[in-house]
Design a protein around this ligand. Structure first.
Ligand SMILES: Cc1ncc(COP(=O)(O)O)c(C=O)c1O
Length: 460
């Protein structure tokens, strides 16, 4: 192993890294990035990488977008900070709320701003609880999420997240957060069960959970259209229509977590449209600013807003909000990003590029290591298995997907491993057809190197 650079050593001695095997990092050191252009990022040695994950599913417009930089610097010069507390406001927040309302494909009354996907989902829970207190149903408070969901890491959002490592030893989940089944047919459908039957079974399971808990105690259901960090899981086509019937039947507020899928990722402006449902509310973040600055948003329907009015009248105020709610510089960048998405017809372009992307992804399904290749639009996942026929997974201790990600990095490609030996792909939406081919060529070489390595190590 090459000696660690000075920056790498300083990093190890000072920075706590999220989502990292902290002990291993002390040996390997971090990959230190310095700059980016288009879909490429460059490390401190000048080596280029295709950013196959758009950072963390977020830099939709890639790197070096001067329009976004200009929008930020102009707003910084004009009014670098203003808040929305105690009746204050500013132009960028007002305009952005109007724009988000126009874009959402279902009725929305108001928009609440915060800075991260986790804050957005925490806010969703608080708003649902607040609403149900205002509506005089104080017991209707439980929130149903799904196994393998990812909704963030703050205490409530991490509780919604359905992944063991986000709960273990953090004493989570908190009370009143429940998890129902995950719509991944490759892993969870019964032998011989059709996708439609699987979807109906999951909807029946949700209904049974609501009945068992008592419909008067269940407030909301939250779901990502395509699950991201849980393994890039695309539900069967019948899943959301069936789930929505159950939510409507029991007056369960439906929240679509569009933090990854919003703004074109699936070839439609919002993921809910691609998956055929209309939620009560969305959580937005990431591509809202193309990740150039932190910003998130929660949409509020009229029914909830009216309840909030009543409750704040009673209490004397609506006691929720962050210093950076609607930060003017972040809002100005978001307005510019939304302008670019509309001008460039970004969602249509994703839909046109998707067949090439999904075709190259599906072809990797033939690789001896790949159990399932899955995706939609410009997001994809490859589940690596020890045995394609029985779907037997590798021993997690063998860390096969992490090894594949290391080989990809050597090939000049950044991808991510997720629990269950899944490799995820989520490139900037501006990726060009030739770059899609280059991405998959590099990934195929990385998989071949992983296969050689796993044979040498006798891992299968
Ligand atoms: C679907 C989804 N929701 C919420 C979050 C949490 O967002 P943040 O990391 O900004 O708190 C993420 C992050 O990846 C996400 O993918």
């Amino acid at each position: 192993m090459s000696p660690l650079s000075n920056l790498a050593v300083r990093d190890i001695e000072t920075v706590v890294h999220p989502y990292t095997q902290l002990a291993a990092l002390r040996e390997t050191g971090p990959l230190v990035l310095e700059r980016g252009e288009g879909v490429f990022v460059y490390d401190t040695e000048g080596k280029p990488y295709i950013e196959g994950m758009a950072g963390l599913w977020c830099t939709a417009l890639g790197y070096g977008n001067e329009e976004l930089v200009e929008a930020a610097s102009a707003q910084m010069r004009k009014l670098p900070f203003a808040h929305l507390f105690t009746g204050k406001s500013h132009d960028p927040a007002i305009e952005l709320a109007e724009r988000v309302k126009e874009l959402l494909p279902f009725p929305t009354s108001k928009v609440f701003f915060c800075s991260s996907g986790s804050e957005a989902n925490d806010t969703q829970i608080k708003l649902v609880w607040y609403m149900n207190n205002a509506l005089g149903r104080p017991d209707k408070k439980k929130i149903i999420s799904r196994l393998k969901a990812y909704h963030g890491v703050t205490i409530a959002a991490a509780s919604l997240t359905g992944l063991a490592n986000n709960h273990r030893d953090f004493d989570l989940p908190i009370a009143r957060i429940l998890h129902t089944g995950c719509p991944h047919s490759y892993r969870f459908a019964e032998p011989g069960e059709s996708e439609d039957d699987f979807a109906r079974r999951l909807a029946a399971e949700l209904e049974q959970l609501i009945i068992n808990e008592g419909p008067d105690t269940v407030a909301a259901f939250i779901a990502e259209p395509v699950m991201g960090a849980g393994g890039v899981i695309v539900p069967p086509a019948a899943y959301f229509p069936e789930i929505m019937k159950v939510c409507r039947k029991y007056d369960v507020y439906m929240i679509s977590d569009e933090v990854i899928c919003g703004f074109g990722r699936l070839g439609t402006m919002f993921g809910a449209s691609a998956l055929g449902y209309a939620p009560d509310s969305v959580s937005l973040a990431k591509a809202l600013t193309s990740a150039y600055l932190p910003l998130a948003a929660v949409s509020v329907p009229q029914r909830m807003y009216e309840a909030m009015l009543d409750e704040s009248r009673k209490i004397g105020m609506f006691g929720h909000g962050f210093t950076y709610s609607g930060h003017p510089v972040a809002a100005a960048v978001a307005l510019k990003a939304l302008e670019i998405y509309a001008r460039e017809r970004i969602a249509d372009k994703v839909a046109r590029k998707a067949p090439q992307f999904q075709g190259r992804l599906a072809a990797l399904g033939n690789h001896p290591l790949v159990g399932e290749a899955r995706g939609l639009g410009l997001v994809g996942g490859l589940e690596l298995v020890a045995d394609k026929v029985t779907k037997r997974s590798f021993d997690p201790k063998a860390a096969v997907a992490p090894q594949a990600v290391r080989f990809a990095q050597m090939e000049g490609l950044i991808v991510r491993f997720l629990a269950g030996d899944v490799i995820s792909l989520c490139p900037p939406l501006i990726i060009k057809p030739a770059e899609i081919d280059e991405l998959f060529d590099r990934l195929a070489r990385a998989l071949d190197r992983t296969l050689d390595w796993s044979s040498r190590e006798r891992l299968a």
